[in-house]
Design a protein around this ligand. Structure first.
Ligand code: NDP
Ligand code: MG
Length: 383
């Protein structure tokens, strides 16, 4: 039987990669739900090709844009995932970017047998609530961010207590080893990632290494390991995604071509024996050797790493605030309101400010509404 698929964020980079895989394997998958937020042209062309039963939209403007297309093609538009009825997806891909993905992810769990999650911000902001829902509805959960997927595979059936350290690799972004005045960096320069083709937000996070800070928080929550078990290693080739160093002196790493399609396809299928993603030649064209290169990150060049020290307070409200303030600051950079280095310097200043410290002292995350209370506090801080 074909697996029923739901894609939250189908118009984004992860969503498109997932649909490319599905379009080559139409006998195995049936797309039931697609969703987007601004790119209505792409959403319509995806819907023409995959003929979903539902399109999920939280954006009123977009609803107006695709209303007639959906009526004509008998596609139901839903603005609230809780309104889905009598449906169980075999697989949901949670690939909305930012905290905007939190509620859709939480709401879709009860309708999904298995969730593949790319949306790291929803884990950082609401893991407590997501993990509760996963248990309640007995849903499987696979992180598909390449580092987390690698860690998952590497520590399967291993004793967590035997882990000494987990290294998460970073490409270093577009400014690695470049002598460049970061204050003058344009949006295009910041989002031109040397290896990965990704959405704007994660591309900016990758350029200053904030993406690794977020990934370490995400991994600590997912694998229930303390933040200080993780370190960042710069590996510009992006071939090795994670390295696990065991206390017995052995280390294992996961190596694959830098394409998100590998973690995605290996999560869509339970036991994949074949794929067209295998590179025929281990060496690059006309080359007789291949070296793997790793660098220690320079804290002066990547001050974002200091944010991990603040995160080590181990308070979910601290993680949440780091994530939300970063999202607002990245948006300010993308709107040309601040310079590129201001993202981290402002984040760092705010996280150390009296206002934030007082707020954190008096506010804990108990209910999902507390997440949005913190969100609104952060918004006010930046206005
Ligand atoms: P994109 O920006 O390319 O795509 C984001 C998707 O979310 C789009 O479909 C977008 O719709 C939709 N979206 C944006 N805002 C909202 C909103 N407010 N409500 C509903 N939908 C919304 O991002 P990526 O695909 O690059 O990344 C998605 C997630 O996956 C992120 O959390 C990222 O950190 C993570 N990730 C991505 C990787 C990658 O290679 N791209 C690698 C590892 C993790 P529209 O485009 O129509 O506006
Ligand atoms: Mg990653």
């Amino acid at each position: 039987m074909k697996k029923k698929i739901c894609i939250l964020g189908s118009t984004g980079s992860i969503g498109k990669s997932t649909l490319e895989i599905i379009s080559k394997n139409r006998n195995d998958f049936e797309v039931i739900l697609l969703s987007g937020n601004s790119n209505f042209r792409l959403l319509i062309s995806q819907a023409q090709k995959f003929k979903p039963k539902y399109i999920y939209l939280s954006n009123f403007y977009l609803t107006e844009k695709i209303k007639y297309f959906c009526i004509k093609n008998k596609i139901i538009i839903i603005n609230d995932l809780n309104l889905l009825k009598k449906i169980k997806f075999d697989i949901t891909i949670a690939a909305i970017s930012g905290i905007a993905g939190l509620l859709p992810t939480l709401n879709i769990i009860k309708f999904s047998k298995k969730i593949l999650i790319a949306n790291k911000e929803s884990i950082i902001c609401g893991w407590k609530f997501i993990s509760r829902e996963l248990k309640k509805y007995n849903s499987d959960f696979i992180p598909i961010d390449s580092e987390h997927f690698s860690i998952l595979k590497l520590i399967e059936n291993k004793n967590r207590n035997s882990i000494h350290k987990i290294y998460i690799t970073a490409s270093g972004g577009p400014f690695f080893n470049k002598d460049i005045n970061l204050k003058k960096v344009s949006i295009n320069q910041a989002i031109s990632h040397p290896v990965w083709k990704m959405g704007k937000k994660i591309s900016v996070d990758s350029a200053n290494l904030m993406n690794k800070v977020l990934e370490i928080i995400e991994a600590s929550l997912l694998f229930n390991l303390p933040l200080n078990k993780f370190s960042i290693v710069i590996h510009p080739q992006s071939l090795v995604h994670a390295i696990i160093q065991y206390k017995n002196g052995l280390s294992f790493f996961s190596y694959h071509e830098p394409t998100m399609k590998i973690p995605i396809i290996n999560s869509l299928y339970d036991n994949l024996n074949n794929s067209d993603l295998v590179k025929e030649d281990f060496f690059n064209k006309n080359s007789k050797e291949k070296k793997l290169i790793f660098f220690k990150p320079d804290l002066k060049k990547y001050p974002a790493i200091h944010i991990l020290e603040i995160a080590k307070k181990n308070d979910v409200n601290v993680y949440l605030m780091i994530n939300v303030l970063n999202e607002f600051l990245v948006n300010q950079f993308l709107e040309k309101k601040i310079f590129f280095p201001d993202i981290i310097s402002k984040l760092s200043l705010l996280m150390r400010s009296k206002q934030v410290k007082n707020y954190l002292k008096n506010n804990k995350i108990k209910h999902i509404n507390d997440v949005f209370k913190t969100y609104n506090f952060c918004k006010r801080l930046l206005n």
